[in-house]
Design a protein around this ligand. Structure first.
Ligand code: ADP
Ligand code: MG
Length: 140
């Protein structure tokens, strides 16, 4: 299995409830390693750019508003098949459909305020990591 890196974000609903540690514990239990981490507050321009793939979706405007509403924790996760491993431990976008024990099943408030982001492919992981971190900030 290839060692990969993926981008993870702990979203404002989770930082507001002080559950970032519980989320990191789930990621680590799944075999993922946090090799970069920083707490930031995004400006509108950063959130718009990050979610540009969704710019024509009906939820885009609210998503940008939500993602700029409070602090977020950006992370690079590393491990075997990190992209799909992270998607699995995150659970489905809609917490009502998320498998028991996943982060979203346990912590998400609703389909928008769903506690975490994770890259959906190795290609997007590379792009998102480059958008959020400089090389020296990632220490494996
Ligand atoms: P995922 O985060 O699981 O990859 P998407 O990439 O489809 O999901 O969507 C990005 C984010 O947009 C979701 O995590 C969620 O915060 C929000 N979102 C997605 N679908 C909806 C929806 N139908 N209504 C409100 N917000 C949504
Ligand atoms: Mg996505």
């Amino acid at each position: 299995m290839p060692i990969q890196q993926t981008l993870s974000i702990i979203k404002p609903d989770a930082t507001a409830r002080n559950i970032t540690g519980q989320i990191v514990a789930k990621l680590e239990e799944a075999g993922l390693r946090v090799v970069a981490q920083k707490r930031v507050k995004w400006k509108q321009t950063e959130a718009r750019k990050f979610y540009a793939v969704h710019k024509d979706r009906p939820f885009y405007k609210d998503l940008v508003k939500f993602m700029t509403s409070g602090p977020i924790v950006l992370q690079v996760l590393e491990g075997n098949n990190a992209v799909s491993k992270n998607r699995k431990v995150m659970g489905a976008t809609n917490p009502e459909e998320a498998a028991p024990g996943t982060i979203r099943a346990e912590f998400a408030e609703n389909i928008e305020r769903n506690s975490v982001h994770g890259s959906d492919s190795a290609e997007n992981a590379g792009k998102e990591i480059r958008m959020c971190f400089r090389k020296p900030e990632i220490v494996g």
